[in-house]
Design a protein around this ligand. Structure first.
Ligand code: THU
Length: 115
């Protein structure tokens, strides 16, 4: 479902919650390029807006197996409080590797008071 008319780089994300729900996301680009929203953040935003914050894993799929950008790593890190979130990075041929929020952003910033 990616809306990527500018980069033509389609990204899909599937966020698994602790209660077994899956929230999907895709990248949503904009003619004002800086307003583009990444797939991971769309998926997380959908879950948060439904009152779900306890995440187990997120899978990200692209044609070439691209990894989450730095900004998305920080967004994922924000919710890796109960546990390290598993991150699956997959490509269109079905190849994948498994990593985690902590491995992708060691020592990521968090405001303890904000929890
Ligand atoms: N993109 C994502 O959706 N997630 C990432 O983690 C990296 C980049 C999107 C943004 C843009 O629509 C396209 O990929 C090319 O940068």
């Amino acid at each position: 479902m990616a809306y990527a008319p500018y980069s033509h780089y389609q990204v899909g994300a599937a966020l698994l919650t602790a209660n077994g729900e899956i929230f999907a996301g895709c990248n949503v680009e904009n003619a004002s390029f800086g307003m583009t929203q990444c797939a991971e953040r769309i998926a997380i935003g959908k879950a948060i807006s439904e009152g779900v914050r306890d995440f187990v894993a997120i899978a990200v799929i692209t044609e070439d197996g691209g990894t989450p950008c730095g900004a998305c790593r920080q967004i994922i890190h924000e919710f890796a409080t109960a546990r390290d979130i598993t991150v699956v990075v997959a490509d269109a041929r079905g190849r994948y590797r498994v990593t985690s929020s902590d491995a992708l952003l060691p020592g990521g910033f968090r405001l303890r008071d904000g929890e």
